[in-house]
Each structure stands twice: as structure tokens, then as C-alpha cells.
Design a protein around this ligand. Structure first.
Ligand code: NAD
Length: 504
């Protein structure tokens, strides 16, 4: 559709980044809004990826000598550019990932927020001073820059996840090579262009922020290259299971942010008005394509009928359509394959005894009118936590499970292989505290009276079990991007040995 292509051209002009789209490349850039090809780009060959890593390594060797607070100045400048171009970048996210306007802007805001956090951190990358057992000695730890960080990212947060990694890695003194999803290359080119512009303005080596384009093969070069000290990979559990052993084989570091299968427990005392609003946003926002999307609702039998009635009414009134229209709340799935996976999962749920309460079909009329793949979000009542319920299908399907006893709710909640995010809706203090305790939710994120999606950057983000165990963003996640050195300094003329050992 020429309209979207021209829109993209205008956005790149606004960002003062050259429009990269050309004809004849092997990577098709498609917009899920209309399913049409905007243009093409060309994959990097393995040799080209290797050359980018070499440039990144050289930039790292310079950058690590710059004091951390001065490195923070670069991130402040980048955050400023993001503020200036928030609207254009938000629209680009909507065009390329299909997010509605507010979520596209929210993704850019997330980049701005992590920049602010990183600027503050640039003066707080501290170690400890530790008491030693030896007189006239001092023991301390320091955190040093780590090296080249390879960032592999997924389509559904096309820029935020990269910025979480990159803002922290850069203030920590590292250089970043980014392999974005092959489905969202334009936002990656735009953001890298802005960051390199900020680097030029700050007098920093531009190659602290580099980009490699391609699919799995380009990612594999990063995974296998010993110069890449840390591989931070976000995507499916399938991808993580391929990446982790390869990086481990060379004893490199990984930071894994993989699939989720997030649940919420709705207890008898829940405030149902609030619960309905939270559930609809968490289950349907981003058309069910968030790693933290609510996929399983574990409802107490006493409130189930009332809740299902209210949820059904809310689902039936959801505006589905182009994410570029400000009234839309449910945009497209990323591509037709995602639509097929959605339909297949609803079919499997039926075969496993489920009853479709609402939705669950492709919206043929809107899909034909606009050209993308638009679906009606589904609620499916399940008799048990069967195979399909335990599987992450990346679309808006909410499975209902029923419980009678709180221990049963916790058991159902934890009985999946993923462990990313979770919630409980209750006004009962004992239930709330139990849910966030060691015997409650086994996820990396456990919330009370808010949904599982929509995290703030101040907390550490990530999950357990097959979600990969990584933590990014806030709290002490910066430590992932540094190496720790323990230093013992002897300022005495004697040489006492630890543990009372004598050697003379
Ligand atoms: P995906 O696994 O298909 O692809 C993710 C990235 O990995 C892409 O850049 C892809 O090219 C690359 N890749 C795939 N196989 C690879 C390999 N063997 N070696 C190196 N690179 C490889 O995921 P997707 O469809 O883009 O995204 C959806 C998935 O991502 C969902 O499972 C979702 O839950 C997950 N996700 C998780 C988080 C989180 O923080 N936990 C955040 C966003 C998305």
C-alpha cells in the first residue's frame, strides 16, 4: 500500500536517518496493518556480521576508558532525541509491529524511561568494601565493563527490549551489537540511527551501537562468536533452548527472556469491576502478543458466572481495526502464520473439551478490508489444564479454569513450564501475601490487584523455569553487563596469609 510506504519515508526524513528500504533484498519488510510489503533490505552475511563484531570490539576498547558518568551523558542525549521523536517513532512501531497508537507511544516512553534510569545508574555502579581478616589490608570489589554485548530481540517489543539492554550496557562501558527480529527491521534501523547520532554528538565511538540484519543465521554468528561476552536473547523458549547450549559450549554468558504463560487467580473477594478492566487489558492488549499477556484465568467457582458475563460483554464491545485509528483497541496479529496458530489453538482447545465463550475466529471482514490478519479475541472455558492451555499461543486466547480451594488455585497456577508473570485479584490479605510468598506464585513477577502485563522499568523484569531466568531493566539488572573484580590491597610491610596459613 503506497500510503504506508510514504508514511515510513516521512518518518525517516523526520528522524534524519536515511530511508533504508530498497528493492531486491532478501528480507521483506511487511506491515501487519495491511499485510503488504513496504520494501526490502539485505541480510548480512556471516563474514559481514563478524566484521561488525570486530568494529564493536574496537569501540568497546575505547569506550571502557570513558568514566561512567560521562558515558551517562551520551544516554541523556539519546533520551532527549527519543523525546523529540516520540510521535514519529511510536507511529513506526504501530506500522511495523501493529501496536495501537497508545501502545506504540508507550513503547517509546519505555525507552525514554530506561534512559533516565541508566543516566542515574551511571553514577551508582558501585561495589562493596569488605572487612578483611588480615591487618593492614583492604578488600573491595569493583565492577568493570564486560565487552561486546549481543542483543537478539523479538518482534513484539521491537525497540523497548533493545533499549533496556543497550542503555544499561552503554553506561556500564560495553558496546552493543543488535540482531533485531527479521519482522521489525525498520524500527531497529531508526533507533540505531538516532543512537549513533547521539554518539557522534557526544564524541563517543559510533560503533558502540551496531546493527546486524537477518534471521536466525545472523543471530547464530553472534551466539557462536567468542568476542561476544554476553548474549542477551529475547524470544520464544524454542529459540532460548537453541541459543543457551551454544553459548554455554564456549562458556559465554547468556541473559534469556523467553516465553510466558501467565495466569491470574480471581478469588471470591475480588473487586470484579477492577478485575474485568485489568483482565481485558492484560489478555487483549497488543492483540495478545506480549510475553506477559494474560493467558490463563483461574477463577473461584462462586464468582465465575458473574465474571464471565462481564468479560463477555467487554470483549464483544472491543473496537478491532487498524492500529493507526485512535479509537482501535485491538490491532492485527503480526502475520498470517500467527492467525493460523490462533485458529488452530482454538480448534485444539475445543478438541480438548473446551467451550468457546466468545470470539476465536478471524475477523474476515476487517481482514479483507484492511489486508492484515485481524482476529476476534477468544475466551475459552476449559474443563482442565490440558496441553493447549500449557502452551503459549501468541495471540488473544484467554483460557478459563475453575477452582474451589486456594491451594488448588496455586497448584494450577504453577503447573506450567513457563514462569514469567502472574497476578491475584483478592481483597483478602492472607491470600494476597500467600500469593507473593515463597509458597505462592513461582514467577519472576507476581502482582496483586493489577494484571500481569505492563511492567515498569524500575523493577527487574524476567521469569523463571522455561522463561529463562534472566532479569533486565531495573533493580540490580545492570550487573549482568559488567564483570566483578575482587581486589585485596596490602598497605602494611607484612605478608600475613589468609586462614592463618604459614609458608616459611
Ligand atoms: P522468536 O523466538 O521467533 O525470535 C526471536 C529472535 O530470535 C529473532 O530475532 C530471531 O531471528 C532470533 N532467533 C531465532 N532462532 C535463533 C537461533 N537459533 N539463534 C539465534 N537467534 C535466533 O520469537 P518472536 O516470535 O519474535 O517473539 C515472540 C516470543 O518472544 C514469545 O514466545 C514471547 O513470549 C517471547 N518474548 C519474551 C519476552 C520476555 O521478556 N520474556 C519479551 C518479548 C517476547
Amino acid at each position: 500500500m503506497p500510503g504506508l510506504h510514504q508514511h515510513v519515508g516521512k518518518i525517516f526524513a523526520d528522524l534524519a536517518v536515511p530511508d533504508p528500504l530498497a528493492d531486491g533484498g532478501d528480507l521483506e519488510c511487511r506491515s501487519p496493518v495491511d499485510g503488504a510489503v513496504l520494501g526490502t533490505l539485505t541480510s548480512h552475511t556471516p563474514d559481514q556480521v563478524s566484521a561488525v563484531i570486530a568494529r564493536s570490539q574496537a569501540a568497546f576498547e575505547q569506550w571502557r576508558t570513558v568514566p561512567a558518568p560521562v558515558r551517562g551523558d551520551l544516554i541523556r542525549e539519546f533520551g532527549q532525541l527519543l523525546r523529540e521523536h516520540k510521535s514519529a517513532l511510536g507511529t513506526l512501531v504501530s506500522i511495523e509491529a501493529g501496536k495501537i497508537e497508545s501502545e506504540g507511544l508507550g513503547e517509546v516512553q519505555e525507552m525514554i524511561d530506561i534512559c533516565d534510569l541508566a543516566v542515574g545508574l551511571s553514577r551508582q555502579l558501585h561495589g562493596l568494601t569488605i572487612a578483611t581478616e588480615r591487618p593492614g589490608h583492604r578488600m573491595m570489589e569493583q565492577w568493570h565493563p564486560l565487552g561486546v554485548v549481543g542483543v537478539i530481540s523479538a518482534f513484539n517489543f521491537p525497540v523497548a527490549v533493545w533499549s533496556w539492554n543497550t542503555a544499561l550496557a552503554l553506561v556500564c562501558g560495553d558496546a552493543v551489537v543488535w540482531k533485531p527480529s527479521e519482522k521489525t527491521l525498520l524500527t531497529a534501523i531508526a533507533c540505531t540511527g538516532l543512537l549513533r547520532r547521539a554518539a557522534r554528538a557526544a564524541g563517543a565511538p559510533e560503533d558502540i551501537a551496531t546493527l546486524v540484519l537477518g534471521g536466525r543465521q545472523a543471530g547464530e554468528v553472534l551466539v557462536d562468536d567468542e568476542r561476544v561476552a554476553l548474549v542477551s536473547a529475547t524470544g520464544s523458549t524454542r529459540m532460548g533452548k537453541q541459543v543457551a547450549p551454544r553459548v554455554a559450549a564456549r562458556l559465554g554468558r547468556t541473559l534469556l527472556e523467553l516465553g510466558g504463560n501467565n495466569a491470574a487467580v480471581v478469588a471470591p473477594s475480588a473487586d470484579l469491576d477492577l478485575t474485568v478492566r485489568a483482565v481485558v487489558f492484560s489478555a487483549v492488549g497488543t492483540a495478545g502478543q506480549r510475553c506477559t499477556t494474560l493467558r490463563r484465568l483461574i477463577v473461584h467457582r462462586s464468582v465465575k458466572d458473574d465474571l464471565v458475563r462481564r468479560l463477555t460483554a467487554a470483549y464483544r464491545s472491543l473496537p478491532i481495526g487498524s492500529p493507526l485509528e485512535s479509537s482501535t483497541l485491538v490491532g492485527p496479529l503480526i502475520d498470517d502464520a500467527a492467525g493460523q496458530a490462533f485458529t488452530a489453538a482454538v480448534g485444539t482447545a475445543r478438541a480438548e473439551g473446551g467451550t468457546v465463550v466468545t470470539g476465536g475466529t478471524v475477523h474476515e471482514q476487517i481482514s479483507q478490508e484492511l489486508g492484515g490478519c485481524y482476529v476476534r479475541p477468544a475466551i475459552v472455558d476449559m474443563p482442565a489444564q490440558s496441553t493447549v492451555v500449557r502452551t503459549e499461543t501468541f495471540g488473544p486466547i484467554l483460557y478459563l479454569l475453575t477452582y474451589d480451594d486456594f491451594d488448588e488455585a496455586i497448584r494450577l497456577h504453577n503447573e506450567v513450564t513457563q514462569g514469567l508473570s502472574s497476578s491475584i485479584f483478592t481483597l483478602d490479605l492472607r491470600e494476597a501475601e500467600r500469593f507473593v510468598s515463597a509458597t505462592g506464585s513461582d514467577c519472576g513477577i507476581a502482582n496483586v490487584n493489577i494484571g500481569p502485563s505492563g511492567a515498569e522499568i524500575g523493577g527487574a523484569f524476567g521469569g523463571e523455569k522455561e522463561t529463562g531466568g534472566g532479569r533486565e531493566s531495573g533493580s540490580d539488572a545492570w550487573r549482568n553487563y559488567m564483570r566483578r573484580a575482587t581486589n585485596t590491597v596490602n598497605y602494611s610491610p607484612d605478608l600475613p596469609l589468609a586462614q592463618g596459613v604459614t609458608f616459611s
